[in-house]
Each structure stands twice: as structure tokens, then as C-alpha cells.
Design a protein around this ligand. Sequence first.
Ligand code: A3P
Length: 282
Amino acid sequence: KIPDEAGKTISFIELNGRLLPKFDIDCLENVPSLPLRDDDVLICAYPKCGTHWLFEISRMLIENTTNVPVQPKDDFMIEFIPQKTLASLPSPRILNSHYRFQYLPKDLKKKKTKILYIRRNPKDAAVSFYNHSKKLSKYYEYDGEFKDYLKLFVDGKVDYGSWFEYVKEWEQIISTSDLPILELTYEGMKEDPVGGIRKISEFLGTTPTEELIRDINDRCSFANMSQRKGHLTGKVEGQSIMYRKGEVGDWKNWFTVALDEWFDQIYAHKMSDSKLQFKYSL
Ligand code: A3P
């Protein structure tokens, strides 16, 4: 249990110094040894940065139809699902993880697994993560205020650790490794979703018709994904856990001017060794 500035605590598992959500410890520990396949796709993102969205788009592209069965992306999350279950999934598997690159399966370096990486501006990510943590009381048991959560967020005292370290590690991997990685941004996907779907399709080597691309865009819009019957409908007090607002810039409703100035200073300091750029509004 980690206390925020106001003394409200938030619960995680601590595994060798890393903070993680309270999943089964074996699943959390076994990720590096997970056997991968050449035709796996692995979606990587810091929490609340667009994993569900990419998951839906990718499986529609791979299945070549929008008529895909309802399947929670968490059933394909490699730190949440036992390896036996993952091994029983048919190919091609569309897996996902919020783990830092260094803790991902060692097989990534040996197999041709394609990596879809998406990043999102830290202000919207923090707001989304805060709401997620409050709603999922089963895991987090947290009832704090946003301004106090934000301090935990900048200190990396949240599950999966620091957003700053996460994005900088990927920045370095993308510029130095020859792994097949497609880098996307949440804001770019919002700005031009059809363009984003085309990029993903090209990367995955799928050949959808123009009509299918349009249909996927329609089916994967925030409004449609959040309405889809039986689809990840986990709700707390009538509110969907996974589909909240789906916007760029909602942070403006949560950051006071003072909090924003404080955050910008921290950002400038922590990201001084990074060339990454983020959009905070569209
Ligand atoms: P908000 O809390 O800002 O609404 P993840 O899938 O990685 O858990 O990320 C969740 C965030 O993505 C939530 O952000 C959620 O609403 C948003 N999201 C989910 N599906 C989306 C879609 N189809 N289009 C845009 N945003 C989406």
C-alpha cells in the first residue's frame, strides 16, 4: 500500500522493486520466459494509452472482417493470463502488455513477432489512469484526489512504474534496434484514424478493401466500441471501466493552472534527454 500526499493509500504488488497490478504472481513473473511465435503480434503501451483500440483494429484487419467475436483484450494480456492458456490460443495471436521493454519475453529478440507500440500524452494518460484506478477498487482500493494521484504518477509510484521511463525506453529501442516495431500515438490515431488503420494494415501485411477500412474505422470509433453489446462491459456504478471519454485534451478539466505549471516543469526536467513530442489538444 502506497500513501499519496493526503495519506490515502493505493494497492499494488511489488515484484523485485517493480510496482504491478494485483494479478496472479506466477503470471506476472513468467512473462520473460513466454514462448513467442513468428506470427504473433504484440501490442505494447503504457496503461490507458490505447491498447483496446489497437487490439480491436488489429484483429479486424487480421480476420479481414468487422464481424469478430466479442473478446476482451485482457484474455490476451501476457502478464495476466497463464502461459498454458496463452499456448493454447490459435495463431496468429494478438497479445498485449504494459511491461517495460526490458521485462518483455526474451523471445522477442529471436522471433519475428511484430510490435505495435502506442504512446499518449502524459496528462491525458494520468487522468485516464486515475479514473481507472478509482473505478477498479478490487485491485487498487484507492479513493484519493486527482492532484494527489498525479504526484504518485510523476514519481512512478503507480502500477507499471514511471510513464517517463516507459516512453524513453521505447524511444531508445525504436532508434537503436531492428525489431519490427510500428510506433503510433493516441493523438495521431484520433486525428486521422483511417490513416492509422492503413499504417497498421501495411505493417501487419493485411490487404483490406477500402470499404473494410472504412467499416473498421466506424466499428472502432469510441462511440461504437463503447456501445458494442457484451463488449468489455465491465462497469462500476454504471460507468464503463475501459471506455471513459476517448478524447485528447480532457486533462484540461482536471489540471488546475498551478498543477499544470508544476507538471510542465517536471516534464521539462524528466524529458530533457528525450526528443519525443506529444500533442495535448487537437
Ligand atoms: P480515457 O480514459 O481518456 O477515455 P487502454 O485501452 O490502453 O486501457 O486505454 C484506455 C483509454 O483509451 C481510455 O481513455 C479509453 O476511453 C480510450 N479508448 C478506448 N477505446 C477507444 C477508441 N475506440 N477510440 C478512442 N479512445 C478509446
